[in-house]
Write a new protein. Structure first.
Length: 290
């Protein structure tokens, strides 16, 4: 079997495969840089929590309008932002830390979302909301994902420097600019927006996978923030492309295939990466002395 038949023909022959690949590209461009900043800010688990938090909003949108792209997206966005806001308020008004507060709210949201869909819909509906179906992405979904990715890149371009400073010295940013909270809120909005884009294709449970796994893998290969973001987006797209091929050739679910491909890249990076990998730690290169 030729390389063309294996790696290119499925996308050349079938429109649904091309749309899925374009969706992966759009998701990679938006989620890659966002995931990078989540990793740098030590907020990786927040991405997972927020992906679960949007479930009840998507479920309410589903109950109101069925499998309507815009209703589920708006519902997920509103509830995701509400959960992030409530977690921040509770952490500032009480002694509970923000991560613990967010964990409590996201568990409530996850249970509520599953309850809503399971009591008012079928098992097929529940699986669609939880796991998505990137092979069924239509033109409307592509437009939504592309719009969110474009908005994310433009917004990140405006707040790039403050975000980088906040990653390494948040106290300095508060002292100089005094707008640390504003940048934090804008960043959380971008996280929720990209998770809303991701759940249309990968479902609420795995939308965060294409955001976090490539970003974590990139940490073992690059060091500068801009190169981390670019490499993360590249790994996300390659994982989407390879995962779609695995799904097509072996008749496997596309979403899990994409995330497991990203997981394989992450595992390889842990062992063989250039920076901080197991190879560097236990098998360092020879040191030469003049």
């Amino acid at each position: 079997m030729s390389l063309y038949a294996t790696a290119i023909a499925p996308f050349a022959d079938y429109g649904f495969m091309r749309r899925a690949l374009v969706a992966c590209l759009a998701l990679a461009l938006g989620s890659g840089p966002i995931g990078t900043f989540l990793v740098l800010r030590r907020m990786s688990l927040m991405g997972d929590a927020m992906s679960h938090a949007i479930l009840p909003g998507a479920a309410i949108g589903f109950l109101v309008a069925g499998l309507s792209l815009w209703a589920m997206s708006v519902g997920g966005l509103v509830v995701g932002l509400a959960v992030a806001l409530l977690a921040g308020i509770v952490s500032r008004a009480t002694s509970l830390r923000e991560d613990a507060s967010l964990a409590g709210f996201y568990l409530i949201s996850l249970a509520l979302g599953v309850l809503i869909v399971s009591t008012r819909g079928s098992n097929v509906d529940l699986l669609h909301v939880l796991f998505g179906s990137i092979l069924s992405v239509d033109d409307q979904a592509l437009l939504l994902v592309a719009s969110i990715s474009t908005l994310s890149l433009v917004a990140l371009a405006f707040i790039y420097r403050p975000l980088v400073v906040e990653c390494f010295d948040p106290g300095f940013l508060r002292a100089v600019a005094g707008r640390g909270s504003l940048y934090h809120v804008v960043f959380l909005v971008l996280v929720v927006l990209n998770l809303v884009a991701g759940f249309q294709a990968l479902g609420t449970l795995m939308a965060v996978g294409l955001m976090m796994l490539p970003a974590a893998a990139a940490r073992f290969w690059a060091s500068a923030v801009w190169s981390l973001a670019a490499l993360s987006a590249f790994i996300a797209f390659v994982s989407g492309w390879a995962g779609l091929l695995v799904s097509y050739n072996f008749n496997l679910p596309s979403g899990p295939a994409i995330i497991l491909t990203a997981g394989a890249v992450y595992s390889f990076s842990i062992v063989f990466g250039r920076h901080g990998s197991l190879r560097n730690r236990y098998f360092p290169g020879a040191h030469f002395h003049n």
